[in-house]
Design a protein around this ligand. Structure first.
Ligand SMILES: O=c1[nH]c(=O)c2[nH]c(=O)[nH]c2[nH]1
Length: 298
């Protein structure tokens, strides 16, 4: 005998771009480009176990609904739009108990022409994305998180790594000055919201949370005299929690992108290690992967 232990289905990679126009100057425009995943849970077992499509909200309808709700509602901040979309599914269909909405927001940053910010022209300034996740329950409760992914950073000094276990497996030399580079993947979870109205009342916190987490991440990466990726990561989390009272916990997943020194002394005694290191070999793999979640203990 077998049983269906878990089932969740939906539409992934729903793409949309929304243009919002300023009320008084329609040429002043704002653009938001998203890739969205909508997943639903509930009384849907018979679709799997009895080939019964009666409970199926089609994934095609989920895509249509996403487009329609994007037209009828603000899509920014993405935490709010994810909540609106998730709430729609659990309130429209009695048998749907949970909706999970994942939004990836791609960068379109307004740029300046001759020093003046242009009204409707934007640049993709990097592959970094902003992410938002909403988990909406049939009771109306909403669990929200925001985040950043693929923010690639590098510092050419200000990072050391020494004092670790030295045993028969160890070949890594200790260093007091190394290159540090990572692709920031950070997620912060907000305190639970009772319903969509509570999310609407807290709306300013989502943009503030994103801006402050991004600024803290970049500033700490630059200014911390890093003892390790682990230690720098923990400092970032502590600062984000101190700056945002609605955030419950912060997590990071930081790949350690290694750049190795190259010994060139075989060529005419060329000095290129330690304090003389300038030409490095970027490593694509393997890479370290340092992760942690930091939460409030009160
Ligand atoms: O910051 C680091 N943490 C580690 O755990 C580690 N391990 C390693 O080989 N290099 C590094 N760097």
């Amino acid at each position: 005998m077998v049983k269906l232990s878990a089932a969740r289905y939906g539409k992934d990679n729903i793409r949309l771009l929304k243009v919002e126009r300023d009320a008084t100057n329609p040429k002043l425009q704002y653009v938001f480009e998203f890739t969205i995943r909508v997943m639903l849970e509930g009384h849907i077992a018979s679709a799997y176990t009895h080939a019964d499509n009666a409970p199926v909200v089609t994934t095609d309808s989920m895509k249509n609904t996403t487009h329609i709700l994007a037209k009828k509602n603000p899509v920014s901040p993405p935490e709010l739009f994810a909540s609106i979309l998730g709430t729609h599914f659990v309130t429209t269909y009695d048998h749907i108990q949970k909706a999970f909405v994942h939004i990836v927001q791609h960068r379109w940053t307004r740029y300046a022409v001759d020093g003046v910010p242009h009204e409707y022209s934007f640049v993709r300034d990097g592959e970094e994305v902003r992410v938002a996740d909403a988990e909406v329950d049939e009771s109306g409760e909403i669990l929200l998180s925001g985040g950043i992914a693929d923010l690639l950073v590098l510092k050419s000094t200000g990072s050391a790594f020494y004092g670790y276990i030295q045993d028969k497996y160890t070949t890594l030399p200790e260093t007091w000055d190394r290159i540090m580079s990572t692709a920031i993947d950070s997620t912060w979870t907000f305190k639970p919201f009772e319903n969509l109205e509570a999310v609407r009342s807290a709306v300013d916190n989502f943009e503030e949370g994103y801006q402050s987490a991004r600024n803290i991440t970049l500033k700490t990466f630059a200014l911390d005299d890093s003892a390790s990726v682990q230690a720098t990561l923990f400092k970032m989390c502590k600062l984000i929690l101190a700056a945002n009272s609605l955030i419950n916990d912060v997590k990071y997943a930081l790949p350690n992108k290694h750049y190795f020194e190259i010994d060139l002394s075989w060529f005419e005694g060329l000095k290129n290690t330690g304090a003389d290191a300038q030409v490095y070999a970027p490593q694509s793999n393997p890479n370290g992967l340092i992760t942690a979640t930091v939460s409030r203990d009160d």
